[in-house]
Design a protein around this ligand. Structure first.
Ligand code: 5AD
Ligand code: SF4
Length: 435
C-alpha cells in the first residue's frame, strides 16, 4: 500500500491541509498518483460547510462501493470530524476517518492501516497543537499558504466549523516568520496567511504579537512582495490592520470581510457579535485608507426568520459598500448548530429567489466597479498563459484577474509586470502589458 490519490473539497484551509498531508505521506515513503484508479490508498479531504458540499464525498465513495476492492479509502477533514464513526456505516469500504485537529497523528494512523486495521480513527478535538510538517508539497509555484491559526472560538448559529475544526490554536510568530523566510528563499514571492478567523491571531510566545503586527512583519520578510490574508471576522477586525496596509506596500489592497447579512436583527440571531453599524464602521476605515482597498464578502440568504425587510437591508448594504466581489449562499441547515432550533425556516424556492436577486445585483455592481479601472495601470503577478486567447493571466494586488497581451516569447510566469486595463467585464479585466 504505497501509492495514494487525494481529492480536496472546500476552503483554502482544506487545500493547504492537503498540501501538508501530501508532504506527510511523501515523508512516509508513499508516492502520489493522479487518479483514484491507480491508487492503493484513496483520500478525500472533505468539507461540510453546506449540505451540498457534504454530499459530494458520499457520491465519490458510492462510485467505489463495488469496484473499490483492493483499495483503502480514507475520509479526512470536516465531514470526517462531523460524522465520525458513522462514516463506517454509511460507507463500509472506508478504513480511516480523521479530522483536521488529529492530522499530527496521521503517521501512527497509517501504521495501523498498514498492519491491517480496517477501522482507524483520529477524531479528538482536544488539542492545543497546530499541524506543522517538515515537508509540505505546495500546489502553486509562486504563491504559498501559511496557516497562522487553526480552529474557531466563535459560535455563529449557522456554522459547523467550531465543531469540525475545534478550538482556536495560534502558531508562534517566530515559526510563521521562519516559514515565510524559508518560502522566500525557495522562490515564493506571495504569501497568503490562513485561518478561520485570522484577526483573532494571538502569538502564544512571549513576543505576544497580534494579527496586525504579524501581518506587517510577514510583509517585511526579504523577498516577499505580496501578502494576503483570509478570512476575517468583523468583530475582531481592528483599525490597526488598515493602518498596516496603508503603510506597508507588500500588504495587498484587499480585505475579505464576511458580512453575512445587512440586517442587525438577523446578525443578532446569527450570533455574529456585531451590528450593521459596527460592520459599516470597518468599511469606513477601508474607504478612508490612502490605498484603494478592494472589499469582498460572504452573504447568506434565507437564514431562519429573515423577513423581506431584512433581505432588503442586505441589498441596501451591498449598494452602500459596493463590493468588488462576493460569495453568496442559501442558508443550509447543519448538524449541531444553534440555528437548527430556530423557527420560521425559509422555503427553498424563496431562498433561491433571494439568491438570484443578490447575484444579479452583485453582477451589476461589479460591472460598474470594474469599469472604473479602464485606463488604469496595475501591477500583476503573472499566473499563467491562456493558449486559446493568447493572453497572460495576471492577478492585481486587489485580487482581480487581469488578462493581458504582450509581444515576445518570454515566459512571464511568476513575474511582476505592469498592464493597462483596456476592457472590463463583471468578473475580470483585460489589457496590455506596458513594460
Ligand atoms: N449555510 C449557508 N452558508 C454558510 N456559510 C457558512 N455556514 C453556512 C450555512 N450553514 C457561508 C458563510 C461563510 C462561508 C464560508 O460559507 O457565508 O462565510
Ligand atoms: Fe468546509 Fe468550513 Fe471545513 Fe473549510 S473549514 S473545509 S469551508 S467546513
Amino acid at each position: 500500500m504505497k501509492t495514494f490519490y487525494i481529492e480536496t473539497f472546500g476552503c483554502q484551509m482544506n487545500a493547504h491541509d492537503s498540501e501538508k498531508v501530501v508532504g506527510t505521506l511523501l515523508g512516509q515513503g508513499y508516492s502520489q498518483v493522479a487518479t483514484p484508479e491507480e491508487a492503493e490508498l484513496v483520500f478525500y479531504n472533505t468539507c461540510s460547510i453546506r449540505d451540498k458540499a457534504e454530499q459530494k464525498v458520499f457520491h465519490r465513495l458510492d462510485q467505489f462501493k463495488r469496484n473499490g476492492q483492493g483499495k483503502t479509502f480514507a475520509v479526512l477533514g470536516c465531514v470526517a470530524q462531523q460524522e465520525g464513526e458513522k462514516i463506517f456505516e454509511k460507507a463500509p469500504h472506508v478504513s480511516l476517518v480523521c479530522g483536521s485537529a488529529s492530522y499530527n497523528k496521521l503517521p501512527e494512523l497509517l501504521v495501523q492501516l498498514e498492519t491491517g486495521n480496517r477501522r482507524v480513527t483520529g477524531l479528538s478535538l482536544d488539542t492545543d497543537l497546530t499541524f506543522e510538517t517538515p515537508l509540505t508539497r505546495r500546489d502553486t509555484p509562486h504563491r504559498a499558504y501559511i496557516t497562522i491559526i487553526e480552529g474557531c472560538d466563535k459560535s455563529c448559529a449557522y456554522c459547523v466549523v467550531p465543531f469540525t475544526r475545534g478550538p482556536e490554536r495560534s502558531r508562534t510568530s517566530a515559526s510563521v516568520i521562519a516559514e515565510a523566510s524559508e518560502l522566500a528563499r525557495s522562490g515564493y514571492s506571495e504569501i497568503q496567511l490562513l485561518g478561520q478567523n485570522v484577526n483573532s491571531y494571538r502569538d502564544p510566545s512571549p513576543a505576544g504579537w497580534n494579527f496586525a503586527r504579524l501581518l506587517d512583519q510577514v510583509g517585511r520578510v526579504e523577498g516577499i512582495r505580496r501578502v494576503r490574508f483570509t478570512t476575517s471576522h468583523p468583530r475582531d477586525f481592528v483599525k490597526e490592520i488598515i493602518d498596516a496596509i496603508d503603510t506597508n506596500p507588500a500588504l495587498c489592497n484587499h480585505v475579505h470581510l464576511p458580512a453575512q447579512s445587512g440586517s442587525s436583527r438577523v446578525l443578532d440571531s446569527m450570533q455574529r457579535l456585531y451590528t450593521r453599524e459596527q460592520y459599516m464602521e470597518r468599511i469606513a476605515w477601508m474607504k478612508a485608507a490612502k490605498r484603494p482597498i478592494a472589499i469582498t464578502t460572504d452573504i447568506i440568504v434565507g437564514f431562519p426568520g429573515e423577513t423581506e425587510a431584512d433581505f432588503e437591508a442586505t441589498l441596501a448594504l451591498m449598494e452602500e459598500v459596493e463590493y468588488d466581489s462576493m460569495f453568496s449562499f442559501k442558508y443550509s441547515r447543519r448538524p449541531n448548530t444553534a440555528a437548527l432550533r430556530l423557527e420560521d425556516q425559509i422555503p427553498e424556492e424563496e431562498k433561491s429567489r433571494r439568491l438570484t436577486i443578490v447575484q444579479e445585483k452583485q453582477r451589476a455592481i461589479q460591472i460598474r466597479r470594474n469599469a472604473a479601472y479602464l485606463g488604469v495601470v496595475e501591477e500583476c503577478l503573472v499566473e499563467g498563459f491562456n493558449q486559446a486567447t493568447g493572453q497572460w493571466i495576471g492577478r492585481t494586488s486587489q485580487n482581480k484577474t487581469l488578462n493581458f497581451v504582450r509581444r515576445g516569447e518570454e515566459d512571464l510566469r511568476g513575474r511582476y509586470v505592469e498592464a493597462r486595463v483596456t476592457r472590463a467585464g463583471p468578473n475580470s479585466l483585460a489589457g496590455e502589458c506596458v513594460n
